[in-house]
Design a protein around this ligand. Structure first.
Ligand SMILES: N[C@@H](CCC(=O)N[C@@H](CS)C(=O)NCC(=O)O)C(=O)O
Length: 206
């Protein structure tokens, strides 16, 4: 059985677990990283020299970088709309996945660390304000994109929804004043309807 090394409260592990569940791929997840430790051993470092989670083990094949793992799972085990049909579709999916990683993740990470991982007395309001402002501008881009489609690539959910969908839960679950972005909210509601999303992504933020 495929193994995923990583604690379930990591957004990057959630991408992989949600994707595998959507594909119907059985996975054994092992709690590693954060308070569990285990990602600085020689054995782990040999698999991922970054000492970060998640790591996927599929037989003799080892893979790290969560977006790469999602792409691998869809290419290897994808069916129906999870198996992208053209290089254009794949290009667009990768565009949004990379946009999340390079552009939206930094303000989302700052917000998460301030509001969830930092004690209230130690929070820095200017960092929080900037992250909300930067994040809102970017979510607005996605809101505009979603005005004419149900999911990121069109009518059907795809791997393009995975990283942004994980971030969207955090955006809606954290306690701050969000701008009104109706298309984004409607898309997020569609994700919330998915049992695999609720099971692997919508867990308490810690
Ligand atoms: N770009 C990497 C980032 C991996 C990463 O930074 N993972 C974090 C958890 S979200 C980690 O390993 N933190 C150290 C730890 O949990 O001990 C990916 O997408 O997989």
């Amino acid at each position: 059985m495929i193994k995923v090394l990583g604690r379930n409260n990591s957004v990057n592990v959630q991408k992989v677990m949600w994707c595998a569940a959507e594909l119907g791929v059985a996975v054994e997840r092992v709690d590693i990283g954060g308070a569990f430790g285990g990602n600085h051993t020689d054995e782990f470092t040999a698999m991922n020299p970054n000492r970060s989670i998640p790591v996927l083990i599929d037989g003799d094949f080892v893979l790290w970088e969560s977006n790469a793992i999602v792409r691998y799972l869809c290419a290897e085990y994808g069916h129906d709309y999870w198996n992208l049909q053209s290089t254009q579709e794949a290009g667009l999916a990768e565009q949004w996945m990379d946009w999340y990683l390079t552009t939206l993740h930094p303000p989302m990470r700052a917000l998460f660390w301030q509001l969830i991982r930092t004690a209230p007395a130690a929070r820095e309001q200017d960092i929080i304000n900037k992250a909300i402002l930067d994040g809102a501008k970017l979510w607005e881009i996605l809101d505009h994109h979603l005005a004419t489609r149900d999911f990121i690539l069109g009518d059907q959910v795809s791997m393009a929804d995975i990283p942004l969908g994980c971030a969207a839960y955090r955006w809606h679950a954290m306690d701050f004043k969000r701008p009104d972005l109706p298309h984004l909210k409607a898309w997020w509601d569609r994700l919330v309807d998915r049992p695999a999303y609720r099971e692997h992504v919508m867990i308490p933020l810690t």
